[in-house]
Design a protein around this ligand. Structure first.
Ligand code: ZN
Length: 577
């Protein structure tokens, strides 16, 4: 009997667990395209000249690659069998890199035949479009229509000041992007999301400058990529008070049920810290950073908007310097996302560095250079992968990318060197991991897929600062992991790849009566310590296996604007080549 006609049902199972083989008879193409496979790779395909490493979960002495409709084009030997500690799987890595001819292929051993995979210069173009366009789907306060039934009328058009904000009565705030699976909007998380996307605009401009997102602003004077970001930026700017401080968030008191956004009738509040000065340091410094970047990006298209952003950034920074430790905690009666952070020094550093890069004003350079003392280590500087509450690396990198003449040469050299060392450690992880990602075992936290994407951002910036192909290659390995080369043979982006996940913790996807979820959204992914009801009933297994494609699994399968942003950044970089 030909074992190709059996489906193995122990995907992600330990090698010690006996395999269960299910006889399926002659497998149809449809079955072949949806069943999990023991050979996993990027389901979007590969760029012609890029490394192409596949992971084989069934031992084999040889492999071959066959052109679809043609003959064998490559024969090779898998690498030695190794245990991948993140999954517990015993795997062999197969190197298909020599194959560079664009086309459609299958991968085969004596027991495995893969679904077709593509090699082509456009392999990631649609993915960039879809993941960026997902922000249009997250828009609050306007009609949204992505096509295919993914639409809703304008939502959350009225707002009022919560008593914790220091004000009372109605407010005019609406707009922005729904943060995640919920309908809240949070300045802190908007900060890194919007900043990351604007960095993609600056670093990978040729990939995004002309992208046609088919949004209401398409065809206008501002490129679509910037127009979409502006939707959220405009909302962030409305959260700035007259004194320059920025309220932390705009949400209801509790999360609403799984309803469409226009059916969420809970009052939308501007929420503050509950006591004077009511605004929070981290949110204010985050707005300062993002508005400073925006002043650079929008200047060529809308001078008055750029000036408005620069002015908002300066006023926000001045407020945050005057109020450096106003920490936000949810006030009584508020149970939505907190995005609390007890240390806003890194937010202030990022703001100072972005403002200096934008304006050249010496006060910002001095604030940055004097503020980094706590990040000095014996060997250089502490470079930490960015996250919503960890922005110091963005501060270092924007200082290094400023091209301003009065930057300290010693500090520039330290930033380059320390960034390269941190990137080298990630590249080393990629070489050791059976599925090629750069994650350490401790990185399988809530939103681990975002950690992987942000490690790619880190690698791409390190490559930008100190040209090294291996950094860029390791960055691409995380894309391969996120969209197929993982122990689940899954694409963690909705409607992308052969086997995309299907049940995000995302209210519109759950409430719209359309079977497939809204497109282009990245799942949070495996979480070694899940906090949701499905996760709490899972037996503890190796961390990559701690995942469920379940709408209720908010700690493993939610989506979020700050998770998609580094993925867009990565896809823009790969499309920029
Ligand atoms: Zn809304």
């Amino acid at each position: 009997m030909d074992r190709r006609h059996f489906l193995k049902l122990t995907l992600c199972g330990s090698a010690a667990v006996p395999a269960i083989w299910l006889f399926t008879g002659q497998r149809s193409d449809a079955e072949a395209s949806t069943a999990a496979s023991p050979i996993v790779f990027n389901q979007l395909g590969y760029l012609p000249n890029a490394p192409k490493l596949f992971t084989l979960r069934e031992q084999s002495a040889t492999f071959s690659v066959r052109a679809v409709g043609g003959g064998t084009v490559l024969v090779g030997k898998p690498g030695a069998s190794v245990e991948d500690s993140a999954s517990g799987d015993h795997v062999q890595v197969c190197d298909v890199t020599p194959l560079r001819q664009p086309g459609s292929y299958t991968f085969e051993t004596d027991v495995v035949k893969s679904a077709p995979f593509e090699i082509g210069a456009d392999a990631y173009r649609h993915a960039l479009w879809l993941t960026m366009r997902s922000y249009y789907g997250q828009r609050c306060g306007c009609n949204v229509d992505l096509g295919g039934g993914y639409s809703h009328p304008a939502c959350h058009l009225s707002a009022e000041f919560h008593k914790s904000s220091g004000r009372t009565g109605p407010s005019k705030n609406h707009g922005g992007w729904h943060d995640a699976g919920d309908y809240g909007r949070y300045v802190v998380n908007s900060g890194i999301s919007t900043g990351t996307l604007l960095w993609a605009w600056e670093l990978s401009n040729s990939a995004v400058r002309k992208i046609d997102l088919k949004i209401p602003e398409s065809g206008g004077k501002i490129p679509d990529f910037l127009a979409e970001i502006r939707w959220n930026l405009d909302w962030m700017l409305t959260l700035q008070d007259e004194d320059g401080g920025v309220w932390h968030k705009q949400t209801s008191e509790n999360f609403c049920g799984f309803v469409m956004p226009q059916d969420d009738r809970l009052a939308s509040y501007i929420i503050g810290t509950g006591s004077t000065p009511y605004k929070s340091t981290c949110a204010t410094a985050d707005l300062a950073s993002v508005a400073a970047i925006a002043a650079r990006c929008y200047g060529p298209y809308d001078d008055s908007y750029a000036k408005k952003c620069a002015d908002a950034a300066k006023r926000a920074f001045a407020w945050a310097v005057k109020n450096p430790d106003i920490i936000f905690k949810n006030p009584e009666g508020i149970r939505t996302g907190e995005y609390g952070n007890a240390d806003c020094r890194d937010e202030l550093l990022w703001a100072a560095a972005e403002l200096w890069r934008t304006t050249g004003d010496e006060q910002y350079r001095k604030a940055f250079e004097s503020g980094i003392a706590y990040l000095r280590t014996e060997g250089g500087l502490s470079i930490k992968t960015p996250g919503w509450n960890q922005l110091s690396a963005l501060a270092f990198w924007t200082y290094a990318m400023s091209d301003r003449k009065n930057a300290s040469p010693q500090l520039l050299a330290q930033i380059r060197e320390s960034s390269a060392q941190a990137a080298e450690a990630l590249a080393q992880n990629s070489r050791q991991n059976g599925y090629g990602n750069t994650l350490s075992l401790s990185d399988y936290v809530w939103g681990s897929n975002c950690v992987a994407a942000n490690q790619s951002l880190q690698l791409i910036v390190a490559d930008h600062l100190q040209k090294k192909d291996e950094f860029r290659q390791a960055a691409a390995e995380n894309l391969h992991y996120l969209v197929g080369r993982n122990c689940w043979d899954i694409s963690w982006v909705t409607q992308l790849g052969r086997r995309p996940f299907e049940h995000p913790h995302h209210r519109p996807s759950g409430a719209d009566n359309i079977p497939a979820p809204w497109p282009g959204l990245l799942s949070g992914g495996p979480n070694a310590r899940p906090a949701d009801p499905p996760g709490r009933f899972m037996a503890q297994r190796p961390p990559m296996q701690m995942y469920r494609d379940d709408q209720a699994a908010f700690s493993m399968n939610e989506i979020a604007i700050n998770w998609n942003a580094p993925l867009v950044f990565l896809l823009a970089a790969l499309n920029n080549e």
